[in-house]
Design a protein around this ligand. Sequence first.
Ligand code: GRF
Length: 197
Amino acid sequence: MRVGVLASGTGTILEALLGAGIDVAVVVVDRACRATEIATAAGVAAATVERTSFGKDFDRVAHTKEVVRVLQSHGADLVAIAGYGTILDAIMYDAFPDRVLNTHPSLLPAFKGWHAVEEALTYGVKVTGCTVHIATADVDAGPILAQEAVAVLPDDTVEALHERIKTVERRLYPDTILRYSEAAERRRSTKPEPRET
Ligand code: GRF
């Protein structure tokens, strides 16, 4: 399966996907970020669907439609969200049913949202981790495919803890994507051809 990756940040998860041999059709970013450089250096198409506003006037449907158009025009069959800073409209999940995956830096359903690592630290949990799941229109929800625990250390900072979680994500996410896409391919090839009786 060809994978479209959505990223907004430093792109280290994207780097891990490319390093694991995942066939990345296109990288879509919503702002200027390192992910574009990583894609270009790997010879992978990169497209910016710029998020023009973070205010109430932001047209989420138009943004999502453009992301879907770019993904489809590059032949993506599966979408991997890798730290994308824009919540997408439900039309994304209609366009790619059960074909959008996400990695999140907490043990869902605990600590949903963009500040998951900070909130886990503030709450004082002793164990957190990461979750790979099928993404749905509900943010950081959807069927869980894989999880792994990471211990919180006594003097942890948000940065140190997030980096230890990302070390796990860089292994768990590519492994899970490969497993998921292989299972989907198998289902596709064993599905009987429709025929007249
Ligand atoms: C990861 O922790 C991911 O789970 C979260 O954003 C981070 C992306 O990391 N949603 P990077 O920008 O690829 O280093």
